[in-house]
Design a protein around this ligand. Structure first.
Ligand SMILES: [Zn+2]
Length: 249
């Protein structure tokens, strides 16, 4: 299982200024502790400088109960406070409910959420759908999967968590697997992984993919691989091997 030390290492890497993934208190990351608990970055802390005390363990069921009603802001605040396994711990990230719904609906063990400049350059444009319009190169397929999910802009908090849940369930029905990458238009990206290493590598590949996409737009536009080419890469034994190595490191 993932450890707090591994989560801290991931957060410090995600917060590295030169990567342009997050500044100030932007972004967060978490790992699944057990079927009803996750450890997540505290609200207001910085990815780059966070310490052990900035990791909060919370009960998923307490947060998920918010989705059954139309909670007020005060009720959301109260649920966030009561979800803490250690009552004296800091308040969990405001986006904790998104992590909770993703652990409840997928097999993710680690989740990383950032606001990368390159991804938002497309996600905040008039054509955010370009992010999920096709695969550009083999390594993107290996690390991001043959399909990714895009959620239109939604009010943060409970409404966004509901939109993500609906989007993930539809994606699973259409593709038969969990999304590894969920783009949020006008917001950022969620990466679902099996290890902190995979979460970092997948985030970096999603950013690289966005940068390649952006630059292709000044040279006639993206040349997406055909469905057959994507399927071939997606099922090649050597590529499956590379993917399995990444998920266990
Ligand atoms: Zn965010």
């Amino acid at each position: 299982m993932t450890t707090n030390a591994e989560l801290l290492e991931l957060c410090h890497h995600l917060g590295e200024p030169s990567l342009e993934l997050a500044i100030a208190a932007e972004g967060n990351a978490s790992y699944r502790v057990d079927s009803d608990a996750m450890a997540i970055k505290a609200s207001g802390s910085s990815l780059l400088t966070m310490q052990d005390e900035d990791i909060v363990e919370v009960r998923l069921s307490t947060l998920l109960a918010l989705l059954d009603a139309e909670p007020t802001d005060d009720q959301v605040h109260a649920a966030y406070q009561s979800s803490k396994i250690d009552p004296d711990a800091r308040k969990p990230s405001v986006e904790a409910i998104l992590h909770a719904i993703l652990y409840a609906t997928t097999h993710a063990s680690v989740i990383a959420h950032t606001h990368p400049v390159a991804i938002n350059a497309i996600g905040c444009s008039t054509h955010p759908e370009l992010l999920v319009s096709g695969s550009l190169f083999p390594d993107a397929i290996v690390m991001l999967g043959s399909a990714q999910l895009l959620i239109p802009y939604t009010d943060p908090g409970v409404p966004l968590a509901r939109a993500v849940e609906k989007g993930v369930r539809t994606f699973q029905q259409e593709n038969g697997f969990d999304p590894s990458v969920i783009y949020l238009a006008n917001h950022g990206v969620f990466v679902l992984a099996q290890s902190t290493t995979q979460a970092m590598q997948t985030t970096l590949m999603a950013v690289k993919n966005a940068e390649v996409l952006l630059r292709s737009l000044v040279n006639g536009g993206p040349a997406f691989l055909s469905d057959e080419q994507v399927r071939r890469i997606d099922t090649r034994p050597d590529e499956l091997y590379r993917r399995s190595i990444l998920s266990t490191e």
